[in-house]
Structure formats: C-alpha cells, structure tokens
Design a protein around this ligand. Structure first.
Ligand SMILES: Nc1ncnc2c1ncn2[C@@H]1O[C@H](COP(=O)(O)OP(=O)(O)OP(=O)(O)O)[C@@H](O)[C@H]1O
Length: 578
C-alpha cells in the first residue's frame, strides 16, 4: 500500500521523528491540562471566593509557564516534522530521477515527456503535503483527541462515555469520503499529467505549430484537458463541502445538546459544579477542533496517496535499459562488428528487422541505405544497446554485445546523431562532457581536428561561450561540428553516424564532410547515409527494404546490379530513376 511505503521513507530519520513526536505529546499534554487548571481554579477559588495571594500566584504563574512551554514545544515539533518532510521528498525525487535514468528507451517511447515531468515534480510535491500537513496534523490531532478524552474522564466518567460514540461516526465519515474521492483524484492527477504533456509538446514544437497554424487546435486540446481537470476539482470540492464540514458541524450540535441535557438532568438530581460544566464545554469545543482539522486534511491525504501511487508505479517500472550480462569484462580493441541473423520488433508483433547479417571489419566503413522506415536507425539502436537483442546475435571483437560493461561500450563507440544534442553549459563543457581527464588542450585539438575551431574561436566567449537549452542559439551545422569534436575528444574505436540531412551552407557542408572523412580514418564506422554521394567510398553498402537486406556490395558493384540502389542513386543524382 502506498501509505505504508511512504511511511517506510521515515525510517532513515527515526530518531528525529520520535523526538518530534515526544515534543508533540508534551505540548498537547500542556494544552489539555490548561482547562483543567482553570476549572479547578473556578470551583475551588473563584466560586467560594477564596483568593489568597499564594494560590493566585500559583495558578496564574503555573498557567503562564505552561503556555510558554507549550508554545516552545509546538515550535520545535512543527519545525522537525517539516524538516523531515523536506528530507523525505528530496530522497523520493532522487529515487525517481535515478530510476528514470536507468529505464530503457522502450519505456520513453510510450510515455510522454511532460507526463514524466509531472510525476517527478507535481506528484512528489503532493506527497510532500502528506508529511508536512497531513501526517503531523493527524498525529497532533489524534494525540489531542486522546488527551481531551482523558481530561473528560477525569472530569466526569459518565459524560465522557457518552461522548465516545463520536469516534466511530467520525471514522465512518472519513472512510466514505476517502473511498469516493480517490477515483476523482486519480482523474484529476491524470489530467494534470496530460496537460503537462500537451504543454511540453507545444513548447517543443512551437516553430511547427506556428508555421502550420496549429495554435487554435492546440489551444482547444489543452482547453479540453484543463476543463476536465477543473471538473474533477469541482466534483471533489462538492464532495468535501458536503461530507466533511457540515457533517462535523451537525455532530458538534448534537453533542452539545446531549451534554446540556445531561447537565440539566444532573442539576435536578444533584449538585453540578460550575467549573466542571465550564471544563466540559471547553473540552467539547476542543474535541471538534482536532476532528475538523483531520477532516480538512483528509483531501490532502487522499491527494497524497493518489500521487504516491503514481510515483511508486514509476519506481516499480522494470523496463530497464539493456544491461551487461555475465562476469567477464571484455574490451573493445579493434572494433570488428558482426550482426548474425538479427531480427527485431519494437512492439513484439511487427518485425522491423528481419535476419540481418553483416560484418564490419576493423577500420572499415559500412553504410546503411534504404528508404525511410526501412530499419536503418533500428540497426543502430540495437548496436548502441538502446534496445535488447532478442533474436540473433551482435558481436564486437567476437564478444556478444551484452557481455560489455556499459562504460566500455559508451567509451569505445562514438554516436553522432542527425540532430546533435547540446547540453546547457558552455562550448568547452559540451566537448569535454565534464570528463576531467580531457584537458583544455585536448578539447582544442578535438575542435581543430573536426574543423570546428575556426567558428568557435570567432564566438565572443570562444570555448567559454554559453550554450542554452538544446543549443538553440547555434546553427545546425555548428551543433554538428561541436558534437563531432565531442566524439573525437573521446577517441572511440567505433563510430556510429546518422548522417545529417539538414541543409547547411556549402562551406559548413564541406567542413562537415571533410571532418567526417578524417574521423572515419582508422575507425570502424557504421553510417546511415541519406545522400548516396557521401558514401561512395564505403567498404560495404547495405541496402535495406522493409527491414530486410536486399542488396549488398560496394558502390560500383551495386550500380552494376542495376537494382534498388541503382534506382535510388539515379533518383538522387539526376532526379529520375530511369
Ligand atoms: N521507437 C519505436 N517504436 C516503435 N516502432 C518504431 C520505433 N522506431 C522506429 N519504429 C518503426 O520501425 C520501422 C523502422 O524504423 P527506422 O527508424 O529504423 O527506419 P529508418 O530506415 O531509420 O528510417 P529514416 O530513414 O526515416 O530514419 C518503422 O516502421 C518505424 O515505424
């Protein structure tokens, strides 16, 4: 259960928690004793008009001292519970973030970014309320309730027994509310999550949204989600307003009537001390205060539980990125790559790769070509171990892909994507990736090697020029060059390239092409080629069609075959296939 699991997070802070709890008990004790002091004062001093100086001082001073102690203890317990709550949430967020980083790409294919963000931020925030407002408030009020009942028994046993009937009634109302509101909160959280996903989609694709004039449609879709969220909130508000406040109000009225009748009856049969009456009415008031407080917090409790369920659901996901298997620690030394009869499906139903077999000898360049959707990126996804290889084998230097340590694999295989990802920071940190073993000199050498240095040095900040989110202030050609430099700084054994299709000016294009040529030298390269002109010197060209290898050979061999490659080549070179 979510609540049990949430409470388990408190274990680490056990000591502080129990000290805070003890402070809470003591403070509540002081609160409860106060009316007893006043009641005694009324019955034994005020009514019999017995005012001697000592007793006045004793009662007055004692009462004041008690109030001071209570205030100090309340401050301490409040601060402690809030601090513990912040600690727990910090831990929970780190757990969720850490978990998300280890999940495989197959997980991210299915869950929208915005809804993930919503779980890590909004849902953990709602869980925080549980510790800050709900838990401490429930404990405080339960203790107060017990304290008040004890004080009532001290004053009048019979009447206190009468008042006990309140408890089952109150807990039944709470249970009803929880059951009814849980469903509504689930809807509300889900809508919030979808709103975040929509927001994220809108921001990411703002240029396309504006250029395709999709603003109105996006606005409507967001509006519909927003409205559903609002409706869920109103529904819950109605439930809350109907069940909780009026219910306790009614109970309170009934109880006061019962108590006054009781005292009326008592006054016929015997003497009722006026102080006891004062004390009892005061305590009754105090019973409803904690009950009301708990009722008010109930909706927060429910929200926290629903949010916790969503957070734990994420923590329990098992679609991990494929991990190393076996005990050996093979190293990539020459970079021979072998695909043997590999088939693959993303959804377990449709094969997007069928019986793929090829070998890239050390230092060779193998180019993958084919129409869109033919499976080129999927081959790279498997080689990068982003998805598990379930049928067939992929070997590097004769060792199965899954026998390599993640660190070895990532250090020796350099991936350059069509749309390179730049991190927030500066140019230097984007090349070095915070790897301290790469010196400033090496950063510059890498930039010079890929011919990125001339443009970087022209930037106002040079290598320290700031990079904003996704490198939006750099052109696509510049981003490519920086990402090349990053790959070269790693000095990988194997290069995996997804050739850029973005059109850049001729000068940058030349810089990119000659950089790529230099990078490929002495390294095994698997390259997705969209422009056939760039891979004519490849050692092996693999032509894919609907997930199958339909042709293979060098540029000249394939042209001579007059097959699919020949057609594609003519189409690109002369704009006609015949
Ligand atoms: N993450 C994914 N989840 C499910 N199906 C996918 C995923 N990525 C690709 N596919 C499907 O797999 C098939 C092969 O896609 P792939 O991206 O490998 O093609 P490609 O040859 O690289 O295409 P392009 O040249 O357009 O990049 C396509 O039918 C595509 O719809």
């Amino acid at each position: 259960m979510a609540i049990k699991r949430l409470l388990r997070y408190l274990k680490t802070y056990k000591k502080r928690f129990w000290i805070a709890f003890a402070a809470l008990l003591a403070a509540t004790g002081a609160d409860v004793v106060s009316p007893l002091i006043v009641s005694t004062f009324i019955d034994y001093h005020l009514v019999p008009r017995n005012f001697n100086r000592e007793s006045l001082l004793l009662f007055g001073g004692g009462y004041l001292l008690l109030q001071f102690i209570s205030a100090g203890l309340h401050y301490y317990q409040l601060l402690s519970f809030q601090t513990i709550a912040q600690w727990v949430i910090r831990q929970l967020r780190m757990d969720v973030f850490g978990k998300v980083q280890h999940l495989g790409l197959s997980f991210f294919d299915r869950i929208p970014d915005g809804s993930l963000v919503s779980r890590i931020t909004n849902d953990t925030e709602a869980v925080k309320d549980l510790y800050i407002n709900v838990l401490s408030s429930f404990m405080q009020n339960m203790v107060l309730l017990i304290g008040v009942f004890i004080a009532m028994f001290v004053l009048d046993v019979q009447l206190a027994l009468w008042c006990l009937f309140l408890l089952p009634v109150v807990f039944t109302i709470m249970q009803w509310y929880r059951r009814l509101s849980s469903k509504i909160y689930h809807i509300s959280r889900q809508k919030l999550s979808q709103m975040n996903a929509k927001l994220n989609e809108s921001i990411q694709g703002m240029n396309m949204i504006q250029s395709l004039r999709q603003e109105e449609r996006m606005r409507q879709e967001f509006g519909a989600l927003n409205h559903d969220h609002y409706r869920a909130a109103i529904k819950n508000l109605k439930l809350f307003a109907l069940m909780l406040r009026p219910a306790t109000q009614l109970l309170s009225v009934i109880t006061v009537v019962v108590v006054l009748n009781f005292f009326g009856f008592q006054s016929f049969t015997g003497a009722v001390k006026i102080g006891v009456l004062y004390g009892f009415l005061n305590l009754l008031d105090r019973i409803f205060e904690p009950i009301n407080q708990m009722m008010m917090r109930l909706s927060q409790l429910q929200q926290a539980i629903v949010s916790a369920e969503r957070v734990f659901e994420l923590l329990d996901r098992t679609e991990y990125a494929p991990q190393k298997q076996g005990d050996g620690n093979p190293v990539i030394t020459s970079g021979r790559i072998e695909f043997d009869n590999v088939s693959f499906s993303y959804d377990g139903r449709h094969d997007v790769l069928k019986n793929i077999s090829f070998v890239a000898e050390p230092g060779q360049t193998v180019a993958l070509v084919g129409h869109t959707g033919s499976g080129k990126s999927s081959i790279i996804n498997l080689l990068m171990r982003f998805y598990p290889v379930e049928r067939g084998t992929i070997k590097i230097d004769g060792q199965p892909l899954n026998s390599f340590d993640d660190k070895e694999l990532r250090a020796k295989i350099g991936l350059v994507l069509q749309d390179p990802f730049l991190f927030v920071g500066d140019v230097k940190s984007n090349i070095r990736l915070h790897n301290k073993s790469i010196s400033d000199e090496q950063v510059k050498e890498a930039a010079q090697f890929v011919q990125a240095a001339p443009f970087i040095e022209k930037l106002p900040g040079g290598y320290d020029e700031p990079v904003g989110e996704r490198g939006a202030t750099f052109s696509s050609g510049q981003r490519q060059l920086i990402s090349f430099a990053r790959t070269m700084a790693m000095n990988p054994k194997v290069l995996v390239l997804d050739e850029a299709t973005a059109s850049v000016d001729t000068e940058t294009e030349e810089a990119i092409q000659s950089a790529l040529e230099k990078m490929r030298k002495g390294r095994t390269t698997i390259a997705i080629a969209h422009r056939l002109s760039t891979i004519q010197d490849a050692d092996l060209i693999i032509v894919l069609h609907r997930g199958e290898i339909v042709e293979r050979g060098t540029h000249q061999e394939l042209l001579a075959k007059q097959g699919l490659y020949h057609k594609m080549y003519l189409l690109q070179a002369y704009g006609t296939a015949s």
